[in-house]
Design a protein around this ligand. Structure first.
Ligand code: SF4
Ligand code: SF4
Length: 175
């Protein structure tokens, strides 16, 4: 049942457990993850929301009726474009590329803080709880107008942390 932890208790933190995520219809399985860049939808609450569905021109995300349905992800249709990342008001969509290099994966996430990192920066990757778990190299910073104030940052992280790192520690303002 949604909202429960791995131990079956009521979720206290609002952070979904890995078991809950893996069981959700938005989560790609290991075969799809091994293929290349792919969306990872970490939406596990029945909220009335569906901009992800409209953002995906390839029909890889389906919410349908009622609008409180969890998004169902058809990963075989996903080309890893990342267009769904900035439209999600819950900041629940990520892009993971397990094929980035032999020992590193790339992870893309929404980011709305200033100052923005720059390509080549070494930042601190944080997990869903906001805890620093590794150093990460910034590969790309995307903030076109159509993303409407939500930038998409792509970082390289140790491969074993690809399903853990979901953001970066905010940078301090200079001066
Ligand atoms: S990454 Fe692109 S193709 Fe994949 S689900 Fe998102 S919008 Fe659709
Ligand atoms: S846009 Fe985000 S919060 Fe809304 S249904 Fe899609 S994944 Fe869930």
């Amino acid at each position: 049942m949604k909202g429960e932890t791995e131990t079956g208790g009521v979720r206290k933190t609002g952070i979904p457990s890995m078991k809950e995520l893996r069981a959700s219809p938005g989560y790609p399985g290991p075969e799809l993850l091994a293929r290349g860049p792919i969306a990872v939808i970490e939406c596990v609450q029945d909220i009335p929301c569906n901009p992800c569905e409209a953002a995906c021109r390839r029909g890889a995300i389906h919410v349908g009726n009622p609008i409180t349905n969890l998004p169902v992800f058809y990963g075989e249709k996903c080309n890893g474009c990342g267009n769904c990342i900035p439209v999600c008001p819950g900041q629940a969509i990520f892009l993971v590329d397990m094929t980035y290099s032999e020992d590193r994966a790339s992870v893309s996430f929404p980011y709305e803080f200033l100052p923005m990192p720059a390509k080549g920066d070494i930042v601190e990757g944080v997990n869903r709880a906001g805890e620093v778990v590794c150093r990460a190299e910034v590969l790309r910073v995307q903030k076109p107008k159509r993303f409407d104030h939500t930038a998409v940052i792509t970082v390289a992280v140790p491969k074993e942390l690809a399903m853990e790192v979901r953001s970066m520690k905010r940078l301090k303002r200079e001066g």
